[in-house]
Write a protein that binds this ligand. Structure first.
Ligand SMILES: [Zn+2]
Ligand SMILES: [Zn+2]
Length: 173
C-alpha cells in the first residue's frame, strides 16, 4: 500500500479540499493483492475533509476505469467507475486500538488519515463483487469452455428447467 497521510488536527474548521491523481494509490494494492485488474483510464479523486471533535467528515468523488475480467465469461472489459462518497471517520478509540479505521496516531498525538487506504476502499466499494461485461453475458460452457457470447457448442445443458431434468432421467431409466 502507498503511504499517504493527511494530518487532520490542524485543518481549518470549514475543512479543506484535496485532489489525488497518484495512480500508486490504486495500482499498489492491485499488485499487492494480485488482483486481475488493470487501470484503463487513470483514476482521480477529490476529497473534502472537515475536522470535528470526534472524527472527520470525508466526502468527495472518485472516477476512472478498470480493465477487469467478467465474472461470467472471464473476458476482460472496461468498467467505468464514478462514485461519490460521504462518510464520517471517527477517531480511533485509543483504548481499544481498533484497526478498522483509516487512522494513524503519530507520536505527537495528532491524527493522520490514511488517504491511500481510504481511496482504495472507495474503489473496492464502487465495483460489484461479480462484475459482468454485460447483463446479458451468456458465460462459458461448463463442459467445453466455449465462450457462449461468441460461439455455440453442442454440449447438453447440465442445469436448467428441472422439468427437463426429470425428462432426461426418464429417458435414461
Ligand atoms: Zn461476460
Ligand atoms: Zn460446450
Amino acid at each position: 500500500m502507498t503511504d499517504m497521510y493527511i494530518e487532520t488536527t490542524s485543518l481549518p474548521v470549514e475543512g479543506r479540499e484535496f485532489c489525488f491523481e497518484d495512480q500508486r494509490i490504486w495500482v499498489d494494492p492491485i499488485n499487492e493483492f494480485h488482483l486481475p485488474y488493470r487501470i484503463a483510464d487513470p483514476f482521480s479523486a477529490v476529497l473534502r475533509i472537515v475536522p470535528h471533535a470526534d472524527g472527520c467528515t470525508v466526502e468527495g468523488s472518485l472516477r476512472g476505469s478498470l480493465a477487469i475480467p467478467c465474472g461470467r465469461c472471464a473476458e476482460e472489459f472496461i468498467l467505468s467507475v464514478e462514485t461519490e462518497f460521504h462518510e464520517f471517520e471517527a477517531f480511533p478509540d485509543l483504548a481499544s486500538r481498533s484497526d478498522d479505521a483509516w487512522w494513524i496516531i503519530a507520536k505527537d498525538g495528532l491524527y493522520y488519515l490514511d488517504v491511500a487506504g481510504f481511496l482504495w476502499e472507495q474503489l473496492q466499494l464502487a465495483h460489484p463483487d461479480k462484475p459482468l461485461c454485460s447483463l446479458l453475458c451468456r458465460g462459458i460452457c461448463a463442459q467445453c469452455g466455449t465462450n457462449k457470447n461468441v460461439g455455440s457448442c453442442d454440449c447438453a445443458p447440465t442445469t436448467g428447467d428441472p422439468r427437463l431434468a426429470a425428462l432426461h432421467s426418464l429417458k435414461l431409466s
